[in-house]
Every structure is written in structure tokens, then in C-alpha cells.
Design a protein around this ligand. Structure first.
Ligand code: CA
Length: 229
């Protein structure tokens, strides 16, 4: 397997340098750009395997880039955020960013996140080798990672699919948020449990007839969630 290609988008020169240094040292093929416009040019020319994306950028900001990327697929995104950026961080997760670190962060921690996200997206595809699940009009195919409702395809991000698959292959079993973080994200100690809540909401909007009255992904109050076939 070739080394993964990573695009780093960051306007602060010192952070840009340290992040690219550590990622290169970890063996990745790293490209660096300093603003959002250059990021879109680079992404249009060649899609990397992962994007390390500063949220606060001059011109085209990180959220716009996240939206642009999610309109085109599920290239993994790790956001670089400041503590005061919490609303934007949540917006980024809702748009489908995979993970984030809060500045100031240790470059080694960022490298660990990159490695974990790539491991999940490149190799450990949940469900590979298993057969599709069908519950009424809902079909979940782990080979193609496609979800259909009454024959109509729904576009899920990698995380949304993993979340649905994790629960749907154990119907009616209750999963806590921590269990879902562990299954779907891997690095529970770094990730806020509200990440699960955000992704469940997005998942319901895509697969439930009425996301306000979910029939499949059901909240178990005070505990977590379960899948109802
Ligand atoms: Ca910035």
C-alpha cells in the first residue's frame, strides 16, 4: 500500500510547519496550503486520502471546505480548532468531519488521530465480508456501503454508515454512547460523547421517515441507542 497522501490547510505558518514536519516524519506524503482558496484548487486537482483542516481561514473558511468535500464524497477530515470555536466545531462534525483537535495540541496526538482515522477508513471497514441486512424497506449493504430505503439510495458519510451498521447487526441491543464511540471512532479518550449525538441526528435525517419520531434508531433514555428492525 502506498503511503497516504495528506493535505494540510492552515494559515498559521508555525502550526503548518510543525504539523507537516510530524506527518512527514510519520511517513505520510504531505502537501501544504495556507488558505481556503488554495485548498479548493488543490482538492479539485487531486483528492488526498485525508485532509487536516484549520477551521479559521482567511477567505474560504474550514466549514465551507468541509461542505465542499462532503458534497463530493467522504474523504476523511480532521479539523484543527481553537477552544473558542466550539459552535463551528459542532457544525463541522454535523457536516461530516471525522475528528478534531483543539489548539494548542501535541503534534504527536494529531499524528495518532490521523493514523486512527486512516486505519478505520482504509482497512478496517466494518462489515466487510458480511451479507446485506434487510429490515422492511431498509437495506444496508456492507460490501458496497450503500443504504437504500424502498429502493432509493441514501448518501451516508463513512461514520454514519459505520454507526448504522454497528447497531443494525445487533437489533434491539442497547449501545451506550461510549460503546458506539469505541466501535465507530476507536479513540474514545479523545472524543466528546456529543459526537455520537450529532451523528445519530444526521443519520436519522437520512434514514427515518420522520426524524422526530424515529422508528429504527431509537433513543434509550439515560443509556444510549438501539436499532429497531
Ligand atoms: Ca487559522
Amino acid at each position: 500500500m502506498n503511503e497516504a497522501r495528506i493535505l494540510v490547510v492552515e494559515d498559521e505558518p508555525s502550526i503548518r510547519e510543525v504539523v507537516s514536519l510530524y506527518l512527514r516524519r510519520a511517513g505520510y506524503d504531505v502537501s501544504v496550503v495556507a488558505d481556503g482558496r488554495a485548498a479548493l484548487d488543490s482538492l479539485s486537482a487531486q483528492m488526498p486520502d485525508l485532509v487536516v483542516l484549520d477551521l479559521m481561514l482567511p477567505g474560504v473558511d474550514g466549514l465551507e471546505i468541509t461542505r465542499w468535500l462532503r458534497a463530493r464524497g467522504d474523504t476523511p477530515i480532521i479539523m484543527l480548532t481553537a477552544r473558542r470555536d466550539e459552535p463551528d466545531r459542532i457544525a463541522g462534525l454535523e457536516m461530516g468531519a471525522d475528528d478534531y483537535v483543539v489548539k494548542p495540541f501535541s503534534p504527536q496526538e494529531l499524528v495518532s488521530r490521523v493514523r486512527a482515522v486512516l486505519r478505520r477508513t482504509r482497512t478496517a471497514m466494518p462489515g466487510s465480508g458480511e451479507r446485506p441486512l434487510e429490515y422492511g424497506g431498509l437495506k444496508i449493504d456492507p460490501q458496497t456501503r450503500l443504504v437504500e430505503i424502498d429502493g432509493r439510495e441514501r448518501s451516508l458519510t463513512a461514520k454514519e454508515f459505520d454507526l448504522l451498521w454497528t447497531m443494525a447487526r445487533h437489533p434491539r441491543q442497547v449501545f451506550t454512547r461510549d460503546q458506539l464511540l469505541d466501535h465507530v471512532w476507536g479513540l474514545t479518550e479523545y472524543i466528546d460523547p456529543s459526537t455520537v449525538t450529532v451523528h445519530v441526528r444526521r443519520l436519522r435525517e437520512k434514514i427515518e421517515a420522520d426524524p422526530g419520531e424515529p422508528q429504527h434508531v431509537v433513543t434509550v433514555w439515560g443509556v444510549g441507542y438501539r436499532f429497531e428492525p
